[in-house]
Design a protein. Structure first.
Length: 214
């Protein structure tokens, strides 16, 4: 019996034990469905996770736009002599709220950048589309290979079918590997930027303290 797996990850699958007799599947139809199911599982994984990334990315980008707009609006309100009823609580010091709004806008963009919500959504969209395209091509090619049969495939036809199954399975893994390597490079770049920013802030703080003490 298969053990339940963590759906947060794309798991490998063994062919051995998946056949009708509990051994290695030898029927082409069995192997086809095993390879196809693995591809469908990968596509489903990306489709489900891109929805969450898209929602978070959209929320952060919308927040950045709104806070930026507010950051420009508060100084304008501070310059108005007679504010409309309901806005008089702002007073002449309302321009300070503009700095807070701009800081919040920068925070939204920073979170999106360093956690990679927008870029992850784009990666997932690209990868799931590439997998769907590869699956469609594989399904049509498989029908064309079946059409070459008379009653049963000869050795050369069997080899062609096995090679097509292998090529498609490796193509699926290649697309997943490509997306993963892109994520790794992006993560390393963001981490490096974060470290450089932290070092710059510490250096600026040390210089400020040194100037005060001098």
């Amino acid at each position: 019996m298969d053990q339940p797996k963590n759906k947060r990850n794309i798991h490998p699958a063994a062919f051995w034990g998946k056949g009708k007799d509990g051994n290695l599947p030898t029927d082409f139809d069995e192997v086809y469905h095993l390879v196809e199911d693995l591809a469908l599982a990968a596509i489903d994984w990306y489709l489900k996770r891109k929805a969450a990334k898209s929602w978070i990315s959209t929320s952060l980008r919308l927040g950045a736009i709104l806070f930026t707009a507010l950051g420009g609006l508060f100084p304008i309100l501070a310059g108005i002599e007679q504010l409309p009823q309901g806005l008089q609580w702002l007073g002449k010091d309302s321009s300070q709220y503009g700095y807070i709004a701009l800081a919040l806008a920068a925070t939204c963009l920073g979170l999106d950048h360093f956690f990679g919500f927008s870029t992850a959504w784009m990666r997932f969209m690209t990868t799931q589309f590439a997998l769907q395209k590869a699956l469609a091509e594989f399904q049509i090619d498989w029908i064309m290979l079946l059409k070459e049969w008379e009653k049963h495939p000869d050795p050369s036809q069997e080899k062609k079918m096995l090679e097509r199954l292998k090529a498609f399975r490796l193509q699926v893994l290649s697309e997943i590997e490509k997306e993963t390597l892109t994520w790794v490079e992006e993560f390393k770049s963001n981490l490096k930027q974060l470290e450089e920013r932290a070092e710059a802030q510490m250096k600026s703080k040390d210089q400020s303290q040194a100037s005060r003490s001098g």
